[in-house]
Design a protein around this ligand. Structure first.
Ligand SMILES: [Zn+2]
Ligand SMILES: [Zn+2]
Ligand SMILES: [Zn+2]
Ligand SMILES: [Zn+2]
Ligand SMILES: [Zn+2]
Length: 220
């Protein structure tokens, strides 16, 4: 199970809305991401299913080339050191790529270790294109109420549970707790009347044990 699609800092006193990955490796069907909050330094570790990468990569893509100390994006300012499969015993079946960022803002060095195949896939145009076709993302998939990312198929924000999309026409809802869609006039079911997956925000059929969108187990 995973519920960290937002990659926000878990330190409540900090509340920074993103953490910066420094390691992204594959263990079987699991991708392990280690990240640091650039504001409070707290370390985070995420375990995400490789098969569902189309759901979580959009949320993390923009964070992969940020400075882990100040959070600045260094998307056109990094060095990538060829693949290596021998960094240590535990990486023996994995080809990794090392990325060095000399932050253009704070001047500190971030060293990152990423699974090469996943990294290449994330960088490639093809990935972006196939993702666009697959999910037809709307211009925005950020919750207007809490700023969390949500997958393009979500109707409800997985973080704050506000309704973010009309279930009839799919338009983004900009007003919190709106009762009717401003585009099609559909009556919007309030967040409490209907069940939604707390992982991806997809609606849940009564009695279902797993979410049909992301496979998350539903606690009834
Ligand atoms: Zn923090
Ligand atoms: Zn920096
Ligand atoms: Zn939200
Ligand atoms: Zn509508
Ligand atoms: Zn789900």
């Amino acid at each position: 199970m995973y519920n960290q699609l937002n990659f926000q800092c878990e330190n409540e006193a900090c509340g920074n809305n993103f953490t910066v990955p420094r390691k992204m490796v594959r263990r079987g069907n699991t991708i392990i991401i280690e990240a640091r909050c650039p504001r409070c330094n707290r370390h985070h570790r995420y375990q995400l299913p490789y098969e569902q990468r189309y759901q979580w990569i959009p949320a993390i893509k923009d964070l992969l080339l940020r400075c882990e100390f100040c959070g600045t994006s260094n998307i056109d300012n990094y060095n990538e050191y060829g693949s290596s499969s021998s960094i240590s015993m535990s990486f023996s079946h994995e080809v990794i790529v090392k990325i060095l960022i000399n932050c253009k803002k704070c001047g500190r060095k971030s060293k990152k270790v990423y699974n090469k195949f996943l990294w290449d896939e994330i960088k490639s145009q093809e990935y972006t294109k196939s993702m666009l076709i697959k999910h037809k993302p709307q211009s925005s998939s950020l919750c207007p109420f809490c700023g969390a990312y949500f997958s393009p198929s979500s109707q409800v924000c997985p973080k704050c549970h506000s309704r973010v999309r009309c279930d009839n026409c799919g338009v983004m809802i900009k007003k919190k707790s709106a009762k009717f869609c401003n585009k099609c006039g559909n009556k919007l079911v309030s967040d409490t009347e209907k069940l939604f997956c707390e992982n991806c925000g997809a609606p849940i059929v009564p009695g279902a044990q797993f979410c049909v969108e992301c496979g998350n187990e539903i606690d009834n």
